[in-house]
Design a binder for this molecule. Structure first.
Ligand code: MRU
Length: 359
């Protein structure tokens, strides 16, 4: 069930719990409409992830955690085994929505691990804790993004212009963003940072979301079409590239919105640093390299239709991968909530995760 609320709420609250429903800002209608949806059932939540009403790796993870709760809150299970099997079914279903962002699977694992730890408690209590865990993820995401912002802002100086791709701002998280967080943080420090936003074909997250969000936040922003990136770099208009990631492998290879790889190669050619804001929840230490990252293939209609009409001949062959993988050699540094990780990325990620485990 879906209900539309025409409320204007600023600053952006991407995802929240109302007490009964998950409330998300519907990113498919931005920037023309600021529309909130209240979702009360699992299937609608799955559809919201699939169709990018809620999108961006961290926001997808949080949405999935709430999805777990929606999926089990009416469970009649009396014993843990029955409940665990129901929860596993819910997680499998949610995991089928989008394959690339590891945050989705990270969140589902976290909810299942929580249930496992509580196996000796009444089912009703486990349900309650699952909801609490989803709420914790929102709080945690705010802290993580703020921290990425603080570390990333050290790379920015007053008067700088950066190029970003897709949307890795507040809309892609619970509210503060990853790749845009350093820009927001630098702004709070009184630095003036200018953002060039690549439009990001085919779904135009850059044109629709990043420009809207920057403007709302008072950050000067200039929209370019994707094929203008080389031009702005060649003309010296940008001094750094900042992007997010859906999944970064143990060796530092980065999956992000398709088009990111091209920007990384261009940045190398023009001697421009290429930074990837990567919360630890987006780093998949279980896979060695980007070759193992599943890349989502999306509906051809997204490429053949634009501006509400067909833009290519009927029946034309289409290839529509939603993400690409940038080899780690192009990445100047990863900006995590634990600090900036420079090359050799594989070695330094190992060290960082070992330190975290040891604590
Ligand atoms: O298909 P989308 O819009 O979910 O893709 C989003 C991106 O590629 C983001 O850059 C990534 O998820 C990082 S968001 C902090």
């Amino acid at each position: 069930m879906l209900s539309y609320l025409e409320i204007q709420l600023m600053p952006v609250e991407t995802i929240a719990w109302t007490g009964e429903a998950v409330r998300i800002i519907d990113q498919t209608v931005l920037p023309c409409q600021v529309r909130y949806l209240e979702i009360t059932d699992l299937k609608t939540l799955w559809e919201a992830i699939k169709t990018l009403r809620v999108r961006g790796a961290p926001a997808i993870g949080i949405a999935a955690a709430f999805g777990c709760y929606l999926g089990i809150r009416d469970s009649k299970a009396q014993d843990f085994e029955t409940f665990r099997a129901e929860l596993a079914g819910v997680c499998e279903y949610l995991g089928s929505a989008r394959p690339t962002a590891v945050n989705l699977f990270w969140a589902l694992r976290r909810i299942q691990d929580l249930a496992e730890r509580m196996r000796d408690h009444p089912v009703e209590m486990i349900k309650h804790e699952i909801l609490d865990e989803a709420l914790n993820m929102i709080e945690e995401d705010h802290r993580v993004c703020r921290s990425i912002g603080r570390f990333g802002a050290e790379l920015l100086h007053d008067g700088m212009s950066i190029l970003t791709h897709c949307n890795a701002g507040g809309l892609a998280t619970a509210g503060y963003g990853t790749a845009l967080a350093p820009v927001f943080f630098a702004g709070e420090q009184g630095k003036h940072i200018h953002v060039y936003a690549g439009e990001t074909r085919p779904l135009l997250q850059g044109a629709r979301l990043t420009t809207w969000e920057c403007r709302e936040a008072g950050i000067p922003v200039t929209l370019i079409s994707d094929n203008m990136a080389a031009t702005v770099m060649a003309q010296g208009k940008v001094q750094a590239v900042f992007v997010g990631t859906d999944r970064t492998a143990a060796n530092g290879d980065v999956a992000n919105k398709v088009g990111t790889l091209g920007l990384a190669i261009l940045a190398r050619e023009f001697h421009i640093p290429f930074y990837v804001a990567a919360p630890l929840s987006s780093i998949d230490m279980a896979i060695e390299s980007g070759a193992e990252i599943p890349i989502e293939q999306r509906n051809p209609d997204e490429v053949t239709h634009s501006f509400g009409r067909r833009i290519a001949p009927e029946g034309i062959n289409v290839y529509n991968p939603a993400f690409d993988v940038t080899p780690h050699r192009y990445v100047t540094a990863l900006i995590t909530e634990r600090g900036i990780v420079g090359p050799p990325l594989g070695e330094n990620l190992q060290k960082l995760f070992a330190q975290i485990k040891a604590k």
